[in-house]
Design a protein around this ligand. Sequence first.
Ligand code: ADP
Length: 366
Amino acid sequence: MLRTSRFCNRLVTGARLTFLPLTVQASRTVIEIRGVGKTYHTPTGAFQALRGVDLEIAKGEIFGIIGRSGAGKSTLLRMINLLERPSTGRVLVEGTDVTDLDGELLRRLRQRVGIIFQHFNLLNSKTVQENVRLPLRVAGELERPAQDRRVAEMLELVGLARHAVKYPLQLSGGERQRVGIARALANGPHILLCDEATSALDPETTQSILQLLLQINQRLALTIVLITHGMDVIRAVADRVAILDHGTVVESGKVVEVFLNPRNSVTRALLAESGIESEAEVTTDAGDGSQVLRITYHGPLAERPLLTAMSRESGLDFAILQASVGRLKGVPYGRLTIKTPPLEQDGLQRLLQALDAQGIRHEVLR
Ligand code: ADP
């Protein structure tokens, strides 16, 4: 919608500021969590770990679930392969309601949904290749030579071909998690669940495992659902994220949008703890009518000289108090805290309308 103010029209017609809408691609839902609740019955009484959780996860995306310890992340993740059963609600995987599966059907579900764990859960008495072979033996669908080929292929994929006959305890933490990934992928699942898969690893190893997850997501078109308490993990790999707090989803959306415009206090706190959101000191009012604004934008807008154009078109000079620019999974973004010169109320309104017209989100901080 075009606004009528002179200032806005000039901005709207400014060639370099033309707003380009992002293309929205249709996605196919592979995991649907509908109204899921979980109550644990303990000696001290009933405890509600999840309540009314709704999520839809699309084919091929990396979906992150983040929250503090005890938020219910692990319980929720494990419902996708029925390591936990919901007390209420339904879980659908690739269109099939899996909530009540058992026996052979449950075993087949687990072949389609692989899982890796924080502490790898390998059998230390078996070699690397025997660990990876295990799910193939359980499935019983391949003869031994075909199993050998699949094991070799999986070890190649995770970069461990030369460690095939070693034992887990002879490997580093990162290598053990690679074995975990090879084992989880052996039966060709469509979905991979990651239960705090990098929490036991140092930062460098974490990055190498996250890069591996990105590669297999792209090469195998695998849907990945990961839980973590670290925003840096979400930032490195996830397309979308849900924030879980006390058993409820308090916020969800595309990572770039949630990072740029966190709405919930828990999200803001998690971002601040990871050093991703650190606000400039803006609480003191200079008393001269100057305003402090936070503006955020992403996509094509982030590749334009927005501030220069805003300044030229409005005749106002802005001081940058804080700036964060970069890319999240290839999407450029900017988040700026700027101070205006002293403005009358209508001057501020014109500025905000101009930002609206360009699709630049804004918040008046002072
Ligand atoms: P997170 O993964 O976010 O740390 P969990 O899903 O592991 O959270 O746990 C959520 C809550 O449910 C915690 O308070 C935990 O103590 C409780 N809980 C988890 N599993 C059980 C269980 N088997 N019996 C009783 N309480 C449990």
